[in-house]
Design a protein around this ligand. Structure first.
Ligand code: LFR
Length: 466
């Protein structure tokens, strides 16, 4: 009998439920459900719609039932840093605010009054992003101290869905590391830091590692979807899952997990928490099997997604790529990592303002704007590759691009050109594949990560750009 494993992979712009199984040693995927995601304004705050997303998850489970493909296990992965606080009764406290909300502005300074930025990096190895959980919690402490008083549990987003599915409150390690409150040495919460910041210790659950079984579906969920299965934690941070699915076993490459964000970096056995690394704002996120993702966050396709939206979603990403190519001589560039692009009112305008401010030609057409974004991203990739090479004292000959963005052929070409490296694009569903892989490793379908990556390499199309 075929054994199916189910990945629930929710990104900032869309979510999907994907079944995976092995056939003659190859991994076969089947998408059963896909839905939109995004932050919506509530009481003036940018919030996630977790209730709706949970309905979507259950709808996907019902579809598995209809297909007669009941998975042996499932796991949820999502973006990093965001969380909910639950009271003793298990109810969410306050709005489900997302990381692009402006509430964290100035919270870095509040945190640095307690611990200087470099010391914080030395302890956690995590890059400074103004939306990290550490700054979000400071915003709560300042604006809604009553939530912290009432809080019994902090659950990151995937943990929250695992809780709704099973009734079990767990906190998975890879996702937790993104918050900047975990020690890369002990791979546990940095309780001393938590105490210093005045966050209630008791909210922080004992961490579980990817591959840990969490429990079975609750009675209610079972009744609703019509079956039971075991929930197994994958690397619940989407980037952690995506990097697990990079189809290579050597070390002569840099990866880019390309989606709403472009996460560009290396896999390493140890974290580099040095001052120099801090200065480059490279991060050491916790990964599967105790490895670290040494990478840089680059604004990524969020810029294109936003602009596309502002052009009334009239064009597909393929068409936009084509328009960009037609406008390829347009000369202006932006810093793809400038804070102004994180959560602007209007991305198109923000890019135009940036070009105007810096005395460059102002892009007007969608093609021109897209070309500015793609070429700026490729240049940012080239600079980041240099930083990574400088930090590790060696060079890398390939770039593996995984995730939905691997479909952006024009960007792949630009990346190959800007970096002078061979680009290997695919698989596009890397995050779901990595999620499924962690479940399969736990079930003994693969004996090692190496074996899994070999299978992934053989199972999916990979396009090479020289
Ligand atoms: C990618 C990602 C990044 C994280 C950002 C915000 O989806 O998880 O790794 O920095 O979202 O959480």
């Amino acid at each position: 009998m075929t054994k199916y494993y189910l990945a629930v992979d929710i990104g900032a712009s869309s979510g999907r439920l994907i079944l995976g199984h092995l056939e003659n040693g190859k991994m076969v995927l089947e998408e059963v459900h896909r839905f939109e995601n995004g932050m919506v304004k509530k009481d003036g705050e940018l919030c996630w719609e977790f209730d709706r997303l949970f309905v979507e998850i259950k709808d996907g489970l019902k579809k598995c039932k209809e297909l007669g493909k009941i998975p042996v296990s499932m796991g949820v992965d999502t973006w990093g840093v965001d969380y909910v606080l639950l009271d003793e009764a298990g109810q969410v406290l306050g709005n489900t605010v997302g990381y692009r909300d402006h509430r964290t502005e100035g919270m870095d300074e509040e945190v640095y009054k307690i611990i200087p930025q470099e010391k914080l990096y030395e302890r956690t190895g995590i890059q400074k992003e103004i939306f990290n959980t550490i700054y979000q919690l400071m915003a709560v402490k300042k604006k809604h101290p009553e939530y912290l008083e009432k809080a019994d549990t902090l659950l990151h987003v995937p943990d929250y869905f695992h809780y709704l599915l099973t009734g079990k409150k767990t906190c998975e390690y890879t996702e937790a590391t993104t918050g900047q409150l975990v020690s890369p040495l002990t791979k546990d919460w940095d309780y001393e830091l938590i105490d210093m910041l005045g966050y209630p210790r008791k909210m922080f659950q004992k961490l579980i590692m990817p591959g840990t079984p969490i429990g079975h579906l609750t009675k209610e969920v079972q009744e609703e979807v019509g079956f039971d299965l075991e929930v197994v934690a994958p690397a619940t941070h989407d980037t952690g899952s995506a990097v697990l699915a990079v189809p290579a076993n050597d070390d002569d490459f840099i990866y880019i997990s390309s989606g709403t964000w472009s996460l560009m970096g290396l896999e390493r056995k140890e974290a580099d928490c040095s001052l120099k690394s801090c200065g480059m704002n490279l991060t050491n996120e916790g990964g599967y099997g105790g490895r670290f993702r040494y990478l840089k966050n680059i604004m990524g396709l969020w810029m294109i997604q936003s602009v596309r939206h502002e052009f009334q979603d009239k064009y597909g990403f393929g068409e936009i790529c084509q328009m960009a190519e037609e406008a390829k001589d347009f000369p202006s560039r932006v810093d793809a990592n400038a804070q102004c692009f994180l959560s602007p009112e209007n991305m198109t305008k923000e890019i135009q303002d940036y070009c105007r401010r810096t005395g460059q030609q102002v892009p007007e057409t969608l093609g021109q704007i897209a070309t500015v974004i793609y070429t700026s991203l490729a240049e940012c990739y080239a600079r980041t590759a240099k930083s990574l090479e400088e930090m590790t004292g060696r060079t890398y000959s390939r770039i593996h691009i995984v995730g939905g963005g691997a479909n952006a052929g024009y960007l792949n070409e630009l990346t190959a050109k800007a970096t002078g490296k061979e680009v290997h694009a695919g698989p596009t569903e890397a995050t779901a594949i990595g999620n499924i892989t962690a479940q399969m490793l736990e079930a003994g379908e693969f004996r090692s990560v190496e074996e899994a990556r070999t299978a992934i390499h053989q199972s999916f199309d990979i396009k090479i750009y020289k």
